[in-house]
Design a protein around this ligand. Sequence first.
Ligand SMILES: [Zn+2]
Length: 189
Amino acid sequence: MKRYKIEPFENLVEAFNALPGIGKKSAIRLAYHIAMVDGFSGVKLAHAIEDGVNSIHKCLHCHNMSEDELCSICADTGRDRTQLCIVQSAKDILSVEESGQYNGVYYVISRLEDMDESHLLHQTEGVEEVIFAFPPSIATDTMILYIEEKLSGRDLLFTKIAQGVPTGVELENIDMMSLGRAMEARVRV
Ligand SMILES: [Zn+2]
């Protein structure tokens, strides 16, 4: 049977499909929308993607998303540098910030394999409390133990956000109120 392929359309579907959370059906829907319904939104999207890819980098201090060498949180002199909140993803910083319960600084550790110990040690200078804002799971408990061990030479108080944050749920999916409370009611680890 002859196949009628429109290659640019197939490419568009493939590109959408390669993104997290976008299955084949959604990819086709988005590609069709851009190709046939609203070309302008497609062009806008293309520009936003190019701009985002080119101008968003990792903050040198905390690995947060940033346009400059230092992110706006690290660059803010009003933040409390005695508190360091460790998160698993830079997008979790957005969630904690939105909860409005925290005025310290952050540090992103996605995977222990990628952790730069001396960089982390450098970033904990002057810090008094390290707060782990990880989604609760056995894997993150292991991460907490490991990081605590690496920082054991420092006189630090280790806390984690309170339970009540459901196990296995990502921070971005927790409502702000619960995350704010969990942040306030953190417990020692
Ligand atoms: Zn930063």
